[in-house]
Design a protein. Structure first.
Length: 261
């Protein structure tokens, strides 16, 4: 983990609701691993004490990229960031996804909305190609399809309103694929998205005796495990305990997560 003062290299829209922020962070960027995140201080929010956590979308050389959606006051203020503006970043934080896929397994990525961003970073670093299932509310929420195709990944899409791909939840094309396309290979899941989707993927993995690596999303205060704002009930050595998502995660294997109603 490092604290680095960097600068903005690029800040461009990706559709109507999403933007990509590229930061020059020569010390931090080379350390980043897929599934990790960074904590960004937003200078425009002078009265905001806490940083904002963002998954890492890309890390190439001295540059690190964030793909974000404008959903609140903090991200709305980020739209005013310009090239050469200074930024202060803490990271990379968290444990990251495991990259070694067993030879007998097929990597299966499952994304909800802009949860696809850290999975793209993962797909670029993986030596083996597999299949991506991506879901969103509507067509404009489906991102990076062409980017995954260029990497050689199969892509299947679902939208709530049916404006792109299968109509319904992302688990619909996932279930169809599991029934017809495994051909003896064992899937190994990597998922990032809302809790309901993560639980659904984890349930399928446990039922099939497969592994599923879930990227949990919790409200974070400090990002380094000190404030205990992001605790998650988990199993550790057969015992129930509380894990800090920011420090012990955000990646957990499905069997270790205890979902509460």
């Amino acid at each position: 983990m490092r604290i680095e003062n960097g600068t903005i290299v690029s800040h461009e829209p990706m559709g109507p609701d999403y933007r990509v922020l590229i930061l020059k962070l020569p010390e931090l960027a080379p350390l980043a691993r897929p599934g990790q995140f960074v904590h960004l201080r937003i200078a425009q929010l002078h009265d905001a004490v806490l940083r904002r956590p963002f998954s890492i979308y890309k890390a190439e050389g001295s540059h690190l990229s964030i793909l974000y959606k404008t959903v609140g006051r903090g991200t709305a203020s980020m739209q005013d960031l310009r090239i050469d503006d200074p930024v202060n970043i803490v990271g990379p934080l968290g444990n990251g996804f495991p990259l070694d896929v067993p030879d007998t397994a097929t990597p299966v990525l499952v994304a909800g909305g802009y949860g696809v961003a850290p999975l793209y970073f993962l797909a670029k670093r993986m030596k083996r190609r597999g299949v991506l299932f991506i879901g969103g509310a509507k067509a404009i929420d489906i991102l990076l399809v062409d980017d995954f195709l260029e990497l050689g990944w199969e892509v299947q899409v679902a939208t709530d309103d049916g404006s792109l791909g299968v109509k319904g939840l992302v688990t619909a094309p996932l279930d169809a694929w599991l029934q017809t396309s495994l051909k003896g290979a064992r899937p190994e899941f990597y998922a990032c998205g809302p809790n309901g989707m993560l639980k659904a993927v984890g349930d399928r993995a446990i039922k099939g005796d497969w592994k599923a690596w879930l990227s949990l999303d919790r409200h974070m205060g400090c990002g380094v495990g000190a404030c205990l704002a992001c605790v998650q009930k988990v199993r550790l050595n057969g015992q129930e305990t509380l894990a800090r998502v920011c420090k012990d995660g955000p990646i957990f294997e499905a069997r270790d997560v205890i979902w509460e109603d």
